[in-house]
Ligand binder design. Structure first.
Ligand SMILES: Nc1ncnc2c1ncn2[C@@H]1O[C@H](COP(=O)(O)OP(=O)(O)OP(=O)(O)O)[C@@H](O)[C@H]1O
Ligand code: SF4
Ligand SMILES: [Mg+2]
Length: 326
């Protein structure tokens, strides 16, 4: 069953450079997250991954389309349904320092949603619940971490705290935005393994945002991959098929650029000679298919018509010439 669905969603922001102008950051986003599945969302810096993640948890409001939780549009829900959604879809932010109030102890920050939503009866109960999750994420003994301030902890410890915070409200979906990018390399695998364990133990769906394909494949080994380019999803498939047989020309080029020693399965892709190495800005994407300025398979229609994400060979691809290039 789909727990969270994003339908034809677009997001525009006020332009940072031109007064009274909007810039479209996301366009025509369609993606469903099933109960208990892991979806890795990949794409280069600035393509809109965080914006999509924040829209999924309700931080950004769509300017077009809808987001539905358990089949209901989150922006037309009644108060009770909305509270259920707010608890049900949690985000683990990339910057763990910014995500925690520096003037509050970890306990003060994390107990608030538990008390406010009556998940904990009182402070003692909140301490008991948080201690259990701290133990689960490897922060032991819990009392050594609960009464510290964020700056007194390491990046890896703060990242675990964010995961414990998300878990403590018993969510259905966790959107994890580059959760290990600020953590020491030696700790990354442990944190990723922890998330996959939480996925199996609590049947929580994960949207795992990253620009690193190797990590995406490791996290979502039995799940799906969605590839973004300049504010749109251009390819989606189960992760093994997606990486072994990339179909969209952009993703083919991305896979071909991964050094062979990283070993992305059988993806021995030949280099794709791009028409241009310049990455256009998401604030001003090219017309039609936004990859047309770089795509080696470009034809005139690509410049004029935006290809919709459509089914192709068991996955989804947004390319007019999928049958020829994929
Ligand atoms: N509040 C905002 N107002 C205006 N523009 C914004 C806002 N937030 C993000 N942007 C712009 O939207 C685009 C997409 O940003 P986003 O953070 O979603 O990308 P990303 O794929 O997460 O990148 P990264 O991999 O670097 O984290 C960027 O060009 C960014 O400058
Ligand atoms: S629609 Fe055209 S430009 Fe876009 S990826 Fe396909 S072939 Fe290339
Ligand atoms: Mg980001």
């Amino acid at each position: 069953m789909d727990i969270l669905t994003v339908n034809n969603m677009g997001i525009s922001f006020d332009s940072r450079t031109k007064k009274n102008e909007k810039v479209k950051i996301l366009q025509d986003i369609n993606i469903s997250i099933k109960e208990g599945e892991i979806v890795a969302l990949v794409g280069e810096s600035g393509c809109g991954k965080t914006t999509l993640g924040k829209a999924m948890v309700g931080i950004h409001k769509p300017t077009a389309g809808t987001i539905c939780y358990k089949g209901k549009d989150i922006h037309t829900m009644d108060k009770k349904e909305f509270m259920d959604y707010r608890l049900g879809v949690q985000m683990v932010h990339q910057d763990s320092f910014a995500a925690l109030n520096p003037n509050r102890t970890i306990f003060q920050s994390l107990s608030l949603p538990l008390l406010h939503n009556k998940i904990a009866k009182n402070k003692k109960d909140a301490e008991k619940i948080l201690s259990e999750y701290f133990t689960e994420v490897g922060l032991t003994p819990p009392e050594q971490f609960l009464y510290k301030y964020p700056h007194q902890l390491s990046g890896g410890q703060r990242q675990r705290i964010l995961l414990a915070r998300a878990l403590s409200v018993k969510p259905k979906v966790i959107v994890a935005d580059e959760p290990v990018s600020m953590v020491d390399v030696s700790l990354r695998i442990a944190l990723i393994d922890l998330m996959t364990r939480m996925n199996q133990k609590y049947h929580i769906s994960f949207v795992y945002i990253t620009h690193d394909l190797a990590t995406a494949r490791y996290v979502a080994k039995d799940g799906r991959l969605a590839v973004m380019y300049l504010g749109k999803i251009v390819e989606m498939n189960n992760i093994r098929e997606a990486i072994d047989n990339p179909k969209h020309p952009y993703f083919q080029a991305l896979i071909a650029a991964v050094p062979s020693h990283i070993g992305l399965g059988k993806s021995e892709m030949k280099d794709l000679p791009l028409r241009s190495l310049d990455m256009p800005s998401v604030n001003n994407p090219p017309s039609g298919c936004s990859f047309h300025t770089r795509c080696p398979y470009y034809k005139e229609i690509c410049e004029n018509e935006s290809p919709q994400l459509r089914e192709y060979k068991g996955g989804m691809i947004a390319c007019h010439y999928a049958e020829e290039v994929g």
